[in-house]
Design a protein around this ligand. Structure first.
Ligand code: SF4
Ligand code: SF4
Length: 181
């Protein structure tokens, strides 16, 4: 595989500016509803707030990769004397917890930087964060060519992990027959 130019999209998070308002969760879930903006439910958001107002803890965490198995160890951070939940900053959609899973289907959720056609000027969570805690940046880098994993592939992988390849193939064949009939 050769080198290609890739647009690197980054959201810088300024924790000092986040007040835990959760506007980012609301708009992300609304943007990804089907049809768009028809509903909102933070449990379907691809950004989740770690929120503990008594201790003044507000940490937005973005949904990352799907993983079929939880890792061997757990991590726990203490920053400025505040202790954060186990795995609190982890972005994975992982079997050890409910975060970053579609609540009805259990399928993994991953931040897609609000891919849209036509493209959004900035991701929706950035646009809706009135406190400017989320700052969007773009740059170009030369990287190794990679195969992009689409949402559908990630969802299928998690279904195969859960039900097995044969069950999925049999179900697909059954659905395809009923659609034809
Ligand atoms: S919209 Fe901004 S301030 Fe509000 S919770 Fe999200 S990151 Fe924090
Ligand atoms: S960038 Fe878009 S998809 Fe990602 S968390 Fe923000 S609103 Fe959701």
């Amino acid at each position: 595989m050769g080198k290609v130019k890739k647009k690197i999209k980054t959201i810088r998070i300024d924790l000092d500016k986040c007040n835990g308002c959760r506007a980012c969760e609301m708009i992300c879930s609304a943007f990804h509803a089907n049809p768009k903006y028809s509903s909102n439910n933070p449990a379907r958001s691809r950004i989740r707030m770690i929120r503990d107002p008594i201790r003044d803890v507000y940490v937005p965490v973005y949904a990352g990769e799907y993983t079929p198995a939880e890792c061997m160890g757990r991590d726990k951070y203490i920053i400025d004397g505040k202790e954060y939940d186990e795995c609190g900053f982890c972005r994975a959609s992982c079997p050890s917890r409910d975060a970053f899973k579609e609540p009805d289907s259990g399928l993994p959720l991953k931040c897609d930087m609000c891919e849209d056609d036509p493209a959004q000027e900035k991701p929706l969570c950035v646009q809706w964060c009135l406190n400017e805690a989320l700052i969007y940046e773009e740059r170009e880098e030369e990287v190794e060519e990679e195969t992009k994993i689409e949402d559908i592939e990630m969802g299928l992988e998690s279904l195969i992990d859960k039900y097995g390849m044969q069950n999925i193939m049999d179900t697909m064949a059954r659905i395809s027959m009923s659609k034809k009939g």
